[in-house]
Design a protein around this ligand. Structure first.
Ligand SMILES: Cc1ncc(COP(=O)(O)O)c(C=O)c1O
Length: 395
């Protein structure tokens, strides 16, 4: 078998071990921060969580940051704090992770999908406009891959119709739009600190906002919807009052210590991601049948994903491409199966395939190449050699 035969068609894989699409970077600094936290008085939510929240609020340039246990629980709290309820419609993108839509469904509201702008790969303001009804209560745009959504266009619609906006900025931590940090836009933004994201706390999330009342609601819902200092607390110091159905989404000082150590490395993380992206762009721009990620518009994103679109002209459809890359031990991934393809959204809300042609066309080609700080130049070459090998084999 020729040396350059792709592994899927009988050759030897490009590498022996699997290169994942995303992973954390942990150094001695993170390890010692976590050990210090374990020596502290609190290992649950304590002063280190407060410090982590203050650092994130300062970085984003907002008044409040509320840490929670995941991006998913951040979306849950944000939807509740927005006051979404049964009968409300909340417009979001179908090309996202399921939790984005759950900021509506957890509160009994209906997620209403609108098609995407194929350049930004996220909500198209014109498509959003078509979905507005008297019941529309909010928007949940998502910054796909870290590339900002059309923030101005979407905020204009929110203004016209008095809608609450929750920005799903899970992919965009550390990026800026018009010089302003992604996440600083009203009414709320949220992040995930899952290990594949731009920084990690193991599991974790954060909601940020300038709105004092929203922040108060977020904090209380995070902790059992309990008022810990109600009237009468002075004379009966044990007295606490439950105001509604809250949760225990408290994060620990251990996670916050990890998060603080990761924040110290944010610049280093961005620089390395940008270098990897530049190498991918240089090799893949102009390759027939491959669309590299869209040019950023008025922004300096910190990309979570390097998502290309693979088309037939490359010689392989997406399924063949992904399986051939996996055979080379290159762990590419697809973000995401559109939400309206899932039985849950079809059965509960009547969605069907075919309803959002732009999202479906983009999805049909999407493949995320590995992108994370600890990839070395050999790893990048392995990814590119695997692509070149497939290209040459077809030619
Ligand atoms: C766009 C988006 N929203 C929400 C989430 C949920 O975040 P988490 O995994 O921290 O719950 C993710 C992460 O997978 C995501 O990518």
């Amino acid at each position: 078998m020729a040396e350059d035969t792709p592994a899927k068609y009988g050759g030897e894989p490009i590498r022996e071990d699997v290169l994942g699409y995303g992973s954390q970077s942990i150094t001695e600094a993170e390890k010692s921060a976590v050990l210090d936290a374990l020596e502290g008085d609190y290992i649950t939510r304590g002063p280190t969580v407060e410090e982590f929240e203050e650092r994130v609020a300062e970085l984003i340039g907002v008044d409040h940051a509320v840490a929670t246990t995941s991006g998913t629980t951040a979306l849950h709290l944000a939807g509740r704090a927005a006051g979404f309820e049964e009968g409300d419609e909340v417009i979001t993108t179908p090309l996202t992770f399921v939790s984005t839509a759950h900021a509506a469904t957890y509160s009994g509201a209906t997620p209403v999908f609108a098609d995407i702008d194929p350049h930004r790969r996220t909500l198209d303001p014109e498509a959003v406009r078509e979905q507005i009804t008297d019941d529309t209560a909010g928007l949940i745009p998502m910054h796909y891959g870290g590339h900002p959504a059309d923030i101005e266009g979407l905020l204009n619609i929110a203004d016209e119709h008095d809608l609450t906006v929750i920005w799903d900025a899970c992919h965009g931590f550390g990026g800026t739009w018009r010089g302003e940090p992604l996440g600083a836009q009203r009414d709320m933004a949220m992040f995930s600190f899952h290990p594949v994201k731009n920084i990690t706390t193991g599991e974790g999330g954060m909601v940020v906002t300038d709105d004092d009342e929203i922040a108060r609601r977020l904090r209380r819902l995070r902790s059992f919807d309990m008022d810990y200092e109600p009237d009468g607390h002075e004379s009966e110091p044990w007295y606490q009052v439950v105001k509604g159905v809250g949760y225990n989404y408290n994060v620990t000082d251990i996670q916050a210590a990890l998060g603080l150590a990761q924040l110290n490395r944010l610049g280093e993380f961005k620089e390395r991601r940008d270098e990897i992206i530049a190498q991918y762009d240089e090799a893949l721009d102009g390759v027939l049948g491959i669309r590299t990620p869209p040019e950023p518009i008025e922004s300096d994103p910190m990309y979570h994903l390097y998502a290309i679109e693979v088309r037939e002209e490359f010689g392989y459809d997406r399924e063949e491409f992904v399986n051939a890359m996996h055979a080379e031990n290159i762990g590419v991934q697809v973000h995401y199966v559109p939400l309206h393809y899932h039985p849950f959204f079809q059965e509960k809300f009547g969605y069907e395939r075919g309803m959002f042609p732009e999202a479906e066309h983009v999805y049909d080609g999407l493949v995320s190449l590995p992108l994370y700080t600890e990839m070395n130049d050999d790893d990048i070459e392995d990814v590119l050699n695997a692509v070149r090998r497939l290209q040459a084999y077809h030619a």
